[in-house]
Design a protein around this ligand. Sequence first.
Ligand code: EPU
Length: 417
Amino acid sequence: MDSFLVTGPCRLEGSVRIGGAKNAMLPLMAASLLTAGTCELENVPDLRDTRTMMQLLAGFGVRATLGDGRLAIDASRVESFEAPYEIVRTMRASIYAFGPLLARFGRARVSMPGGCAWGPRPIDLHLRGLAALGARIRIEHGYIDATAERLRGAEVSLTIPSVGATVNVMMAAVLADGRTVIENAAREPEIAELARALRAGGARIEGEGTSRIEIDGVAAIAPFSHRVIPDRIEAGTFAAAAAITGGRIEIEGCDPGHLGAVVDTLRGCGAEIVCGSGRMAVAGPGRVKASNVETGFYPGFPTDMQAQIMAVLSIADGTSTVVDRVYPDRFTHVPELCRFGARIARDGNVAVVTGVPRLEGAPVMATDIRASSALILAALAADGETKILRVYHIDRGYERIEEKLGRLGARIRRVAG
Ligand code: EPU
């Protein structure tokens, strides 16, 4: 298992190019299962999760090849309908195979994803949505088994605008008989991208990006080609890196339109941000200002940036609060940030962050993708050396982050063990 050694403090300067969005790419890869041909994706980051999804698809008999940011997925032959525990436990997004397999082949068997590092992450809404479309679902021995002769359109009203449930129901509904309406659908840009790609394959979808999505089923989805949108969380993480190090970073190849709440929050912390077309310049403040942050569903402040903003606020002048309304338990980074000398007290889904003037390098452990990036941010600002253990978590969602940070002047290196 690799670790990162980071020597701080440093002030990051220069430009960085943002890669394709993990959370847009994973549903697009799964959606290729709907087509009996070769789908092509561009701007695909070579992440651990990309490789895991390729492995999952290979298990179904699908051939996928990745090179130079291009991913070709040939799902003309599918011989297995099972997403095994060994893969699902390493990547929950494996559940995205469920809707497409069921819609195209009438059967799917997917290991139940358990909780994750920060607590329970149920999939009841996925299952209820697919059952409403006519799937017969049984849960036995840790697996979800589902069959359906032919799915039929239905009204699916989500009690929470879940990204995953919206993705799964949308992918199943494109091949169902008749009309499906998803009420209280997730509005994240990754959902809109999936709808656009499916539409390129002949799907009839309207309303993506709003909370009501209407889908009229078609007989077949043709192979589609699609360019993956920039990763808004990677872009937000580099913006936070400029803020915490008092640096100046040109973030290229991003979509500032997807980052409204993050930009507003960082400005509130004192960062100067200039947004342009496909780029953003971020200059960190002399001293971060305290700020109160609440996560919410898109276009709210993303829970996937909660850990990073908390790292920034840990050195603010004053006391801040951070509330996670999407994942009330997502705070495994709190005790690790405290190892740097941060003063953070958690009560339920609220963390009170009393800013300290400086952090100190310390040995810490990464626990999930975003918690890990928060630890890197803290390490960049901290005095002395930090060793971050278990960086495989960060490799799941950030492509060669140490090289990108190194080019901005960070002293960071990957070591074995
Ligand atoms: N929820 C339910 N039942 C369900 C599904 C969700 O109660 O059946 C709840 C969850 O417990 C949570 C809320 O609904 O409180 C939102 O969860 P959602 O389903 O939207 O999350 P997800 O689809 O499992 C995706 C991202 C996450 C990101 C969340 C929220 C992917 C592959 N994952 O997860 O990304 O945090 O949306 O924006 O797109 C990450 O990239 O690090 C990551 C964890």
